[in-house]
Write a protein that binds this ligand. Sequence first.
Ligand SMILES: [Zn+2]
Length: 249
Amino acid sequence: MQLITKPARKALVVTPHPDDAEGGCGATMAKWIKESGSEFIVVMCTNGDKGTSDRELQPAELAATREKEQREASGVLGVKDVVFLAHPDGGLEDDLEFRGQVVRLIRQHQPDTIFCIDPYRSKSHTHRDHRMSGQVALDAAFTYAWSYLHFPEQISQEGLKPHRVERAFLWASESPDCFVELEEANLELKAEALSRHVSQMHSRTTHDRMERIRRWSGETGEKAGVPFAEGFRRIQFGIGSLEWQFLDG
Ligand SMILES: [Zn+2]
């Protein structure tokens, strides 16, 4: 079990619904932005317009509310920008359009690190948008964004350059293998950011939320031998991956 000691210089967080990123890597964002000057861009893939059990609430109204909540939550953490791709909730597809959008954002922002949801599960099922967003983020980073031959119009017509992402950290993984050590203050900002998603958080008080985060981060921290942590599965792109490709023919 390894502690992550090198913060991102610049990270793209590819996330399916408002509040998923804060739950998955919110304290890590808070810590690295504040302590290391990391730059974070959140890519919100869907508009979250199905995230209610209230039959009176119109989807468009909910989408507008959740966009506002997401901006506020990201503001609490110090995120530099939030990009809204506004696919319908439940409508993400692993297709050329969505992959091209993520490739374009990687080429525009040139991150060294991406964060996304682990799309692979063997023991439980997860939301389709979670699988699609994780899979497309990883594919976009390796190898679409770094090849001149993929989405060449972004290079010839939009003036973008190919870009190599160094690594990905996957949250909500069944098998996290690396951890970011956290302090109480990072957990407080995570709780505060989650509290901004008012439309999703009616059943819990801020105090309950903080207690849950403290307990969950403590359990994750135990695996790494520290008081509090968020855990991720790490994927290192690049030379290692290429060697692996060659070795396997
Ligand atoms: Zn979600």
